[in-house]
Design a protein around this ligand. Structure first.
Ligand SMILES: Nc1ncnc2c1ncn2[C@@H]1O[C@H](COP(=O)(O)OP(=O)(O)O)[C@@H](O)[C@H]1O
Ligand SMILES: [Mg+2]
Length: 374
C-alpha cells in the first residue's frame, strides 16, 4: 500500500473517534468531509458543517488536531472548518418564502411555558453562531416579541408600498403585529381576520437572505395554528415544555398536530426545569423532574436541553435585553447556544430541498389593503 493511502486510512480511523455533541453523530462523516488530502506526511482536511457553530469551530479544530497528532510520523496538518446552511424540505403544498432558506416553528402545547422567551434567545443564539436570522411573532393576540427585544412602540415601514420591512435589532430581523399599532390597543379581531393578518406578516415581509426564520407560534392547537402549519413552509419544529404533567399532555397534542401536517419535530426543550436558589445554590425541581426525558422517549425525539427557572432570564427579557445580549458569557447563554446548534444540526440531517431556485412568492394583495395597514 502506498504511503499516502496508508496515512489517509489512519487519519480517517483516528477522526472517527470524534463525536459531535450538536448533531449526536460523528464530527467527520461522509456528509461533512469535503477534503482529506495526504501527501505521505502532511494532511489537508476540510469539513463543512450544515449548521452555524462559530463558537465551537476552534474547539473542533483542536480536537481534530490532537487526534491527528497522535499519528506517528505526521508532518503538518491543515484543518479548515466551515458552515454552509442549505435549504431543507418543507411540508407538501406550502409555498416557499422569498429571502428565507429555512423556517423553524417554535411551538408549545399551552401558553406561559416560556416559548417566546425561548424563541427570542434562540434567534439571538443562532446569530451568535454566525447565522442570518429572522424572528416572526405569530402570536397575534399576545404578541410579546417587540417588548422582549426592546423595540416596543416602533413602527414597521415599507420601501416599495408592497412589502413591509422587518425591524433590525441585535443583529437579527423581526416582524410582529405589534409594529402596526399603537401600544395598548385592544385586539378584537376575529379568527378569519387573524389568519389573513398572519399571511400578510409571513408573506408580505421583505426578509433579507435569512438562513433561518424562527416563528414564535401562538400556543394551542386551534384554527390559527392549523392555518400557519399548513401555509408557512416549515422544515422543522421545536417544542417547548415545562416538566409539569399538564404541559406534557399538551405537548403530545401539539406533536400530533405537527405530525398530521407533515412537519418534523427536531426536538423538545425543557424550560423552567430546575430552580437554583441565588443565595444558597440549592437546586429544586419546582415543576417536577424528568418530564422532558419521559416525553422524548414517548415521542422518540431528542430533548435538546434544559433551561433553569432563573430570575435573570425573566428580568433581562422584561427589560428588552435578553440573556444573550445582557449576559452573553453566562452559563445560561451557553445553554441557549447549545440548544440552537442542536436544533439546526438536527435540521441539517434532514432531506434537502432539491430545487433551490424556486420562484419567489409575490403577494397578490397590496399591503395597503391588508388588515395590518387598516
Ligand atoms: N427559564 C425561565 N426562568 C424564569 N422565567 C422565565 C423563564 N422562561 C420564561 N420566563 C418568564 O415566564 C413568563 C412567560 O414567558 P413567555 O416567554 O412569555 O411564555 P409563552 O410565550 O410560552 O407564553 C415571562 O414573564 C418570562 O419572562
Ligand atoms: Mg408567547
Amino acid at each position: 500500500m502506498k504511503k499516502e493511502q496508508k496515512l489517509h486510512e489512519k487519519a480517517r480511523a483516528a477522526l472517527r473517534h470524534i463525536h459531535n455533541g450538536d448533531s449526536g453523530r460523528e464530527l467527520i462523516s461522509d456528509k461533512t468531509l469535503r477534503k482529506l488530502d495526504c501527501d505521505g506526511k502532511n494532511i489537508d482536511l476540510e469539513i463543512e458543517l450544515g449548521y452555524p457553530a462559530k463558537t465551537q469551530i476552534e474547539s473542533f479544530r483542536q480536537r481534530i488536531r490532537s487526534e491527528l497528532e497522535s499519528l506517528p510520523g505526521l508532518g503538518k496538518t491543515n484543518v479548515a472548518i466551515e458552515s454552509r446552511v442549505t435549504t431543507h424540505r418543507v411540508q407538501q403544498g406550502a409555498k416557499q418564502l422569498a429571502g428565507v432558506k429555512n423556517v423553524i416553528a417554535i411551538a408549545s402545547g399551552k401558553g406561559g411555558v416560556g416559548k417566546s422567551t425561548m424563541a427570542v434567545n434562540l434567534a439571538l443564539a443562532l446569530a451568535d453562531e454566525g447565522a442570518r436570522v429572522g424572528l416572526l411573532d405569530a402570536d397575534i393576540y399576545g404578541h410579546s416579541i417587540p417588548q422582549m427585544l426592546g423595540i416596543a412602540g416602533r413602527q414597521a415601514t415599507s420601501e416599495d408600498g408592497r412589502l413591509m420591512e422587518p425591524l433590525a435589532v441585535y443583529g437579527i430581523e423581526t416582524m410582529s403585529i405589534g409594529f402596526f399599532m399603537e401600544m395598548d390597543m385592544p385586539m378584537v379581531w376575529r379568527s378569519p381576520m387573524v389568519v389573513q393578518t398572519l399571511d400578510q406578516l409571513l408573506f408580505g415581509t421583505h426578509w433579507h437572505d435569512l438562513d433561518y426564520l424562527l416563528i414564535d407560534l401562538p400556543s394551542g392547537t386551534g384554527e390559527v395554528q392549523l392555518s400557519l402549519l399548513q401555509k408557512a413552509p416549515i422544515c422543522g419544529a421545536l417544542m417547548v415544555t415545562t416538566p409539569q404533567d399538564i404541559a406534557l399532555a399538551d405537548v403530545k397534542k401539539g406533536f400530533r398536530l405537527l405530525e398530521k401536517n407533515g412537519i418534523a419535530l427536531l426536538g423538545i426543550v425543557e424550560n423552567m426545569s430546575i430552580h437554583v436558589c441565588p443565595n444558597c445554590g440549592y437546586a429544586e425541581h419546582i415543576f417536577g423532574s424528568g418530564g422532558g426525558e419521559q416525553i422524548s422517549e414517548e415521542l422518540d425525539v431528542d430533548c435538546l436541553g434544559w433551561l433553569p427557572l432563573d430570575i435573570q432570564i425573566r428580568q433581562f427579557i422584561d427589560n428588552g435585553q435578553p440573556t444573550l445580549i445582557s449576559a452573553p458569557d453566562s452559563r445560561i447563554a451557553d445553554i441557549y447556544r447549545s440548544v440552537a446548534r442542536k436544533m439546526t444540526a438536527r435540521l441539517a440531517l434532514r432531506p434537502e430541498e432539491m430545487d433551490e431556485s424556486l420562484p419567489a412568492f409575490i403577494p397578490t394583495q397590496e399591503v395597503a389593503a391588508s388588515p395590518i395597514a387598516a
